[in-house]
Design a protein around this ligand. Structure first.
Ligand code: NDP
Length: 490
């Protein structure tokens, strides 16, 4: 053996000499049961796949750093924001949402934009999308909604009929649908899109005062999108287009950057806001709640091993740090449960011990055992609380201020507070924000997708959806109806 060579071994460390031919009786076989290395290779191979994420299955990721450029200590006591110039390492995973692990990157779909900040106060996960809003505002609807984006139970094909049936029966989807069918629904790779925390969160300052906040990551590469036909073509030519673009840019030293900004709303302002400030189908208009600069995030390292870091990365909106809190947003509240639950299913109960998920902050608790406990499992320290032996204390200084509510349990929507206004903001997007060319592309994209609605309920679905369009913008409804050759009478 040469100096630098390493001996081939089994997983238990036993060196062995034959890695290609099984141990046989004679040259021609049969194969001996005692060839343990054959079993080990085949058995491990059979178990290479872990459960695919039920959503956001196709993704790519990179490490990088976040740097604070502006002082927001007025709003938060989070240590990462305590001083301009503070830095921390981050891991970001970008993804599509509906497709399977091998699906095409340029599908019309929201893009996942999940950021893990490894702060000295623990991991802070901002688990958002490239859109500021979402299709539904209550997690109870999530499985139904996602089923419509997946495959038809009989044909196993994607089904525009299922999608539009659902959207037309859930007008709260309209804002996200409008974004999705604009050119931003097919971003030109992950570097050229914004990211949004989407939900309303809270920030808590050193005086224990709460401010509502929304997070925005603005791409410093500029927005670049694909038209519907360009995206369709790329699905065949290069299904891994967005992953390739990110990996190649970073490997060449062309590090993408995003500016983190926040919008803030006081508790008093929230009471008077003309929409529900915790409704994820709404944005806070920039003219009333301007973007404030916070910092810069740069991605500069593709993980050495995709499975280790990207496939096993586990983000959860529940992972906040002291100084950043949650809000009554119903979808956020559902995600607080759903995300860690998904990770426990996919990766096991000790998923936070996997290196990419492991906090740099010290971890002290009394949770023990479970599959794949790989960090010493607390050693000989007590596994119960309270106890007389360790010095782990529950520190009351981390208590958040109480969240004041003015409703009863099982209260329903207050329709007078515009919780049912699903139309004004999508209308603003179509009329005020989009250019003529974007409006035309959006209409074309709607027509192309809605042309796929088939079956006995086609007309009913079209009429319902066109009525939602009409309430947002009359021209939009009429143009889509014309494109579909459908005689729409509002
Ligand atoms: P502004 O004119 O101040 O801002 C418009 C925003 O829309 C910008 O952030 C822009 O992003 C973004 N945008 C442009 N085209 C699209 C698109 N096709 N899909 C999604 N976002 C797009 O608007 P207002 O704050 O008054 O809001 C008007 C409408 O703009 C909203 O109803 C909403 O649909 C949309 N919007 C608003 C956001 C907000 O937080 N207020 C965030 C994103 C969208 P960029 O600056 O990067 O070009």
């Amino acid at each position: 053996m040469k100096d630098k060579e390493k001996k081939l071994t089994t997983a238990s460390g036993k060196p062995y000499f034959e890695n290609e031919d099984s141990m046989t009786v004679g040259h021609r076989g049969p194969v001996l049961l005692q060839d343990f290395t054959l079993h080990e290779k085949l058995a491990h191979f059979n178990r290479e796949r872990i459960p695919e994420r039920v959503v956001h299955a196709k993704g790519t990721g990179a490490f990088g750093k976040f740097r604070v450029t502006h002082d927001i200590t007025k709003y938060t006591k989070a240590k990462i924001f305590s001083k301009v110039g503070n830095e921390c390492r981050v891991f970001v995973r970008f993804s599509t949402v509906g497709g399977e692990k091998g699906s095409a990157d340029t599908e019309r779909d929201p893009r996942g934009f999940a950021v893990k900040f490894y702060t000295e106060d623990g991991n802070w996960d901002l688990v958002g999308n490239n859109t500021p809003v979402f299709f539904i505002k209550d997690a109870k609807k999530f499985p139904d909604f996602v089923h419509t984006q997946k495959r038809d139970p009989k044909t196993n094909l994607k089904s525009p009929t299922m999608m539009w049936d659902y959207w037309s029966l859930n007008p709260e989807s309209l804002h996200q649908v409008m974004v999705l069918f604009s050119d931003r629904g097919t971003p030109d790779g992950y570097r050229f899109m914004n990211g949004y925390g989407s939900h309303t969160f809270s920030m808590i300052n050193k005086n224990n005062e709460r401010t509502w906040v929304k997070f925005h990551f603005k791409t410093q590469q500029g927005i670049r999108t694909l038209t519907g036909p360009q995206a369709e073509e790329l699905k065949g030519k290069d299904p891994d287009y967005a992953q390739r673009d990110l990996v190649e840019a970073i490997e060449k030293g062309n590090f993408p950057r995003w500016a983190l900004k926040i919008q803030v709303m006081s508790e008093e302002q929230a009471k008077k806001f003309r929409w529900n400030p915790f409704d994820i189908t709404k944005v806070w208009p920039h003219s009333e709640y301007p973007l404030l600069d916070v910092g810069i995030m740069e991605l500069n390292e593709i993980p050495a091993n995709y499975h280790a870091d990207v496939e096993q990365s586990a983000f959860a909106p529940a992972h906040t740090v002291d100084g950043i809190g949650l809000s009554p947003d119903k979808l956020l509240q559902g995600r607080i449960l759903a995300y860690p639950d998904a990770h426990r299913y996919r990766l096991g109960v000790n998923y936070e011990q996997i290196p990419v998920n492991r906090p740099i902050a010290p971890v002290h608790h009394h949770q023990r055992d479970g599959f794949m406990s790989a960090d010493g499992n607390g050693g000989d320290s007590p596994n119960y609380y309270p106890n007389s032996f360790d010095d782990i204390v529950a520190d009351l200084s981390y208590k958040e201020p109480p969240m004041k509510l003015d409703a009863d349990v099982a209260d329903t929507y207050d329709r007078n507070k515009n919780d049912d206004d699903h139309f004004t903001q999508p209308g603003m997007l179509f009329r005020k924000v989009m250019t003529n060319a974007e409006r035309q592309n959006t209409v074309n994209n709607f027509v192309s997708s809605m042309s796929g609605i088939t079956g006995p309920k086609r007309d009913e679905i079209l009429k319902r959806q066109l009525s939602h369009f009409y309430k947002a913008d009359k021209e939009l409804a009429l143009q889509v109806a014309t494109g579909l050759k459908y005689h729409y009478k509002p």
